[in-house]
Design a binder for this molecule. Structure first.
Ligand code: DAT
Ligand code: MG
Length: 151
């Protein structure tokens, strides 16, 4: 059984725009399994840790301010190849370069308001899940439907 996990987050603009259900739906209907979910208004320190690889970029202060502007929905999704497939479902970083049918390509325009986050590698997924869910952990449960999703 596939146990790869990725960290997916609906950003403050996605929450404000009422896109939480839409984003969850795309992962759910694809067949991926939700194993953790919570709403959190993250602190500046927490967000600086999440985006530490981007510290020094010109857009970094604006990115942190935007991410701290309201609550986010933090999730862990599980399934085969879910890290890479999650990025495909999200679309390109810049929504203007995102294909229709992707979340950003369907619902966003500006790179600084791209409504969702997804881990970019298995290693960063592990670090991000530890950062956002370290104290809570994820839930392990079986689904009868997996026999109809995986051969
Ligand atoms: P992604 O979110 O696709 O993994 P990233 O990790 O390179 O992209 O950047 C994190 C976020 O920072 C991205 O979702 C939006 C913002 N960002 C990235 N590049 C930017 C830029 N050139 N101008 C403004 N914001 C940018
Ligand atoms: Mg990234």
């Amino acid at each position: 059984m596939a146990t790869e996990q990725t960290y997916i987050m609906v950003k403050p603009d996605g929450v404000q725009r009422g896109l939480v259900g839409e984003i969850i739906k795309r992962f759910e209907t694809r067949g991926f399994q939700l194993v953790a979910l919570k709403m959190v208004h993250a602190s500046v320190e927490h967000l600086e840790e999440h985006y530490k690889d981007l510290k020094g970029k010109g857009f970094f202060p604006g990115l942190i301010k935007y991410m701290n502007s309201g609550p986010v929905v933090a999730m862990v999704w599980q399934g085969k190849d879910v890290v890479k497939q999650g990025r495909v479902l999200l679309g390109a970083t810049n929504p203007l370069a995102s294909a229709p049918g992707t979340i950003r390509g369907d619902f966003a325009i500006d790179v600084g308001r791209n409504i969702c986050h997804g881990s970019d590698s298995v290693e960063s997924a592990k670090a991000e899940i530890a950062l956002w869910f370290g104290q809570d952990g994820t839930i392990s449960y079986s689904r009868a439907v997996d026999a109809w999703i995986y051969e």
